[in-house]
Design a protein around this ligand. Structure first.
Ligand code: ATP
Length: 244
C-alpha cells in the first residue's frame, strides 16, 4: 500500500520585505513518516515551517494538507485542521502552571470535545511525561529547558494533531537531553501514529530517527532522499556531519 501524502508544499517562495529567502521549495510528507529538514543557520528552515503552518503570510506557492489547500489559512485555524506547530524556543507561558499550559493546547477543541474527555487525554500525556505530572502545579518558567520542550510537545499533542511540526526541539539542550527528546519524537509516532516534520541543527541525530530528509541551502532544496541516502552523501558528510 502506498502511503497517502498528508502534506504537500509546492513551489514556495517567501520574503521578508523585499528580500526573497525561499526560492521555490517543493516538499512532501507522507502519512506516518518522520521527515527532517536540515541545513545550516539561515538556510530557511524556520521560514519554511512558518509558511506551512500559516504563520508566514508573505509567500507564493501552494500548501496542501490532507488533500485541502491551506495556503491562505491562518495559523490558528490550521491547528484545528490537525497540524500542530512547536516553535523554536518553545514559547510556553512561564507564569502559567504546567497544567494550564497543557489546557491551552486543547482550547480550540472545546466545547465540542468535553473537558472530561480532554482531561483523560491529559492523563496520557502525563503518563508519557511523568515529570510534567510531578510538576503540574509549578509555573512553566520554573521547568528546565528539556522539561519545557516536553511541555511544548505535550501541549501540541493535546490539539490531537495528525501532523506535528517541530522547530529545533533540541536547541540549547545538553546532548543527553537532546537525544531523549528525539527518542520521544520517535515514540510519539509509534504510539499515536503522528506524522512529524522536524527541523534540526543536529543532522546526525535527526537522520537517525527519520525516514527521509530535505537539506536546505540558502532557500533552495539542495538534496532530498531517504535518511540513509542523505547520511551517505559526501556533500552532507563534509558540510553537516563532520567526522565521526
Ligand atoms: P536558523 O537555524 O538560524 O533558525 P533557518 O534555516 O531556520 O536558520 P530562517 O530563520 O528561516 O533560517 O532564515 C532564513 C533567512 O531569512 C535568513 O537569511 C534570515 O536572516 C532571514 N530572516 C529570518 N527571519 C527574518 C526576519 N524576521 N526579518 C528579516 N529576515 C529574516
Amino acid at each position: 500500500k502506498v502511503a497517502n501524502v498528508i502534506l504537500q508544499a509546492e513551489n514556495i517562495v517567501a520574503r521578508y520585505g523585499p528580500v526573497e529567502v525561499l526560492h521555490g521549495i517543493n516538499l512532501n510528507v507522507k502519512e506516518g513518516e518522520i521527515v527532517s529538514l536540515l541545513g545550516s543557520n539561515g538556510a530557511g528552515k524556520t521560514t519554511l515551517l512558518n509558511c506551512i503552518c500559516g504563520l508566514h503570510s508573505s509567500k507564493e506557492g501552494k500548501v496542501r494538507f490532507r488533500g485541502e489547500e491551506i495556503t491562505k489559512v491562518p495559523a490558528e485555524l490550521v491547528v484545528s485542521r490537525g497540524m500542530a506547530h512547536v516553535p523554536e524556543r518553545r514559547q510556553i507561558f512561564s507564569t502559567m502552571t504546567v497544567e494550564d499550559n497543557l489546557w491551552l493546547g486543547a482550547s480550540h477543541r472545546m466545547p465540542k470535545t468535553s473537558k472530561k474527555e480532554i482531561a483523560k487525554e491529559m492523563e496520557t500525556v502525563y503518563q508519557r511525561f511523568p515529570i510534567l505530572a510531578e510538576r503540574k502545579w509549578q509555573m512553566g518558567g520554573t521547568l528546565s529547558g528539556g522539561q519545557q520542550q516536553m511541555l511544548a510537545i505535550g501541549r501540541a499533542l493535546l490539539s490531537r494533531p495528525q501532523l506535528l511540526l517541530l522547530d529545533e526541539p533540541s536547541l540549547g539542550l545538553a546532548p543527553l537531553i537532546a537525544k531523549e527528546i528525539l527518542t520521544i519524537v520517535q515514540e510519539i509516532r509509534a504510539e499515536w501514529g503522528t506524522t512529524v516534520l522536524l527541523v534540526e541543527q543536529n543532522a546526525r541525530a535527526a537522520l537517525a530517527i527519520s525516514d527521509r530528509a530535505y537539506v536546505l541551502s540558502t532557500g533552495t532544496v539542495m538534496l532530498e532522499g531517504t535518511s540513509e541516502e542523505i547520511m551517505n552523501d559526501p556533500r552532507v558528510q563534509s558540510a553537516y556531519l563532520g567526522h565521526a
